[in-house]
Design a protein around this ligand. Structure first.
Ligand code: MN
Length: 228
């Protein structure tokens, strides 16, 4: 046992669907504006400009099904996204072999303090307080590639209290999963345990305490999250 001066943090893990096995998380990369209709609703040109990424903290992932409304915000938005979990990594990964690095896929919500993110954007500052706060990424279990393949088309939807808010299709992604992996690997060394949140379709909007969000992706099941 190493001579730690404080208790080491607990490893962050996500459940694997249908088993008691766990996926250990290293980093969480999130792509911005990866669906044209969402780029437009956020006031941006949907042309295929180079992708950009930000990070959430590994321990922001939360499979509990509960989302505590965060402090210091009055405009917290849902963003329904497909989660990609890597079984291996590297640098300068080729698009053609990128999918070989994927362990599995799942559902995640990139919850966003939109008011704080907007203020940071205006000032040209980093987005952490808008994006990387406690429990800001409710998520479901990971479905191994062996069970679900590599989903590249299929409905992505999110309802709040039964009303449809987001409705898109994985095939609308501007940057596809292999391209995201290849691009990220030019700038970072990807490693087993890394997670990518692959962007959200249009229809993002606010939630309130008491709301129930239900997200689904064809072939990857559904995720129900209570806002408390
Ligand atoms: Mn997002």
């Amino acid at each position: 046992m190493p001579d730690y001066v404080i208790s080491p943090p607990q490893p962050v893990t996500l459940p694997i669907a249908g088993t008691s096995a766990l996926f250990p998380v290293r980093r969480v990369y999130c792509i911005g504006r990866n669906y044209a209709a969402h780029a437009i609703e956020m006031g941006h040109d949907p042309d295929r400009e180079p992708p950009f990424f930000f990070q959430k903290n590994p321990d922001n992932l939360d499979p509990s099904g509960v989302f505590p409304y965060p402090t210091q915000s009055h405009d917290v938005h849902h963003e329904a996204e497909m989660l990609v979990a890597l079984a291996s990594g590297g640098t300068d990964i080729a698009i053609e072999t990128a999918l070989d690095h994927v362990y599995g896929y799942g559902l995640a919500l990139d919850m966003t303090r939109r008011d704080l993110q907007g203020a940071q954007k205006k000032l040209g500052r980093p987005w952490e307080i808008g994006k990387a706060f406690e429990r800001s990424a409710p998520c479901g279990p990971i479905h191994p590639v062996a069970a679900v393949g590599h989903p590249d088309a299929g409905a992505v939807s999110l309802t709040v209290n039964g009303a449809v808010r987001q409705s898109g299709d994985l095939n609308q992604m501007i940057w596809k999963v292999p391209e995201m992996i290849a691009y990220l690997s030019m700038y970072f060394e990807l490693v087993a345990g890394d997670i990518i949140l692959s962007g959200t379709p249009s229809g993002v909007g606010p939630v309130e305490r008491g709301d129930e969000m239900v997200m689904s992706i064809d072939g990857l099941g559904a995720l129900t999250v209570q806002v408390i």
